[in-house]
Design a protein around this ligand. Sequence first.
Ligand code: ACO
Length: 324
Amino acid sequence: MSNILITGVGSYLPKKVISNNELPVNLDTNDEWIKKRTGIRQRHLVTEGELTSTMAIAAAKKALQNANIDNKDIDLIIVATTTPDKTFPATAVMVQSELNIGIGPAFDIQAVCAGFIYALNVGSSLLKTSNFSKALIIGSESFSKILDWSDRSTSVLFGDGAGAFILEKSNENSEWGILSSNFYSNGNFSDILHTDGGPSLNSQVGKVRMNGKEVFKHAVEKLSSCLIEAMYSANLKIQDIDFLVPHQANLRIIEALSKKLDIPINKIINTVDVHANTSAASIPLAFDNALENRKIKNGDIIALNAIGGGLSWGASIIKYGKPD
Ligand code: ACO
């Protein structure tokens, strides 16, 4: 049985940083409310020339470099995004073309904030069942483009950015790489977090609409249950986790998870204060940040979990890196 290793990580953040105090004056919000209810202090926002594809490409380049592999060795590209440059073609083919990657499959996955977990699951399953050996998995979002900047209950929560993992198949049967994973959706909750537009509905891109209290409730419950299930499948205990890298939606959700799962808060990577919620990009962005800050090391047991519109959610347990 082959293992799927995570051998490279990269990320990209737009240069423009907007603190809570720099948000549009007509929003009727303030730094104190945002920090207290969400933990967010600032967000990065795309400017002229920065697109979901260009951020994806920048994150991918860094991940390829980090894994020390050649672009032409990539067999498969998946981009998790809800904010593609165009309705079609997929952002993944733009990455493929720009990086001169060969003609293996390149496609997008749309599972909003759970997109990266979905892409990881689909990518690793495809590697296991094909003769492909290396995949580029990206989460990239220009979420600021689908925000209603007159709605203070949603616009203060999000930011833009991208992150990427390199997955490599290993036939050494070691206990490294993706140890377990799961993903779920329940469309009965689609109305609590959605956009009010789309190509078939009204030819508009649509803006984010959300019932924050409902989302919050589901987030804590579902992020906990999928993580417990993934730990059980990996035959590990909560105490075996070196770090949890959760989707970065809200510090209060992270604190509630810490309490419910009895994971010390210093074992949970938190970048929501500086990145805000970057949807499908949030996990690889937080992961790369933790690598840069020398928190996550080769061989650490890392739990990932995410939830987003759909509702869609899921978790993965990995032993990061590869044997020396
Ligand atoms: N600034 C100031 N006041 C605000 C703001 C704001 N930005 N937004 C809302 N308010 C006001 C409301 O109008 C309300 O005023 P009222 O009491 O006069 O009616 C008051 O603050 C309380 O509003 P609530 O919605 O009850 O506040 P709550 O404590 O639930 O916090 C929040 C709102 C932060 C959205 C919270 O519900 C939440 O985090 N939910 C999770 C949603 C989430 O993270 N979504 C991201 C996408 S999904 C995902 O990634 C998991």
